[in-house]
Design a protein around this ligand. Structure first.
Ligand SMILES: [Zn+2]
Length: 121
């Protein structure tokens, strides 16, 4: 199970609120061996309502990238078809922060869209 550092989770919640009503997107960085996620790797992206296009060719190849996080400006925390196709590009652990962006509205998925458990440490 992945463990997410509290400061990282707080940054996700803050960024989701700051970006609302648009989507926030970032990659998640951490230690693949221990499964601890401790940083946001912010990447160039085009934001819009219900729309985030990531310029994936601009993302540095970083061995600390474990997955991604993005926000949904709605209470729906489930991945869209577009989300599932982007999940396969960015690792195997993906958070979706749904409105109103608290711990209960954040869900995690693997790159196939299967829900994953996580803990905040
Ligand atoms: Zn989405």
């Amino acid at each position: 199970m992945y463990r997410i550092k509290r400061e990282t989770m707080e940054s996700i919640i803050l960024a989701s609120n700051n970006t609302y009503p648009n989507e926030f997107f970032s990659l998640l960085g951490g230690d693949k061996k221990t499964g601890i996620i401790d940083e946001l790797v912010v990447v160039p992206a085009t934001y819009g309502r219900n729309y985030t296009a990531v310029k994936s060719w601009l993302i540095p190849i970083d061995s600390r990238v474990i997955g991604s996080v993005h926000s949904h400006p709605s209470p729906n925390a489930y991945p869209s078809m577009a989300d599932l196709s982007s999940f396969t590009k960015f690792g195997d652990f993906h958070l979706i922060a749904a409105y109103p962006y608290d711990l209960k509205s954040i869900a995690a998925f693997d790159s196939r869209g299967k829900q994953q458990e996580f803990i905040v440490v």
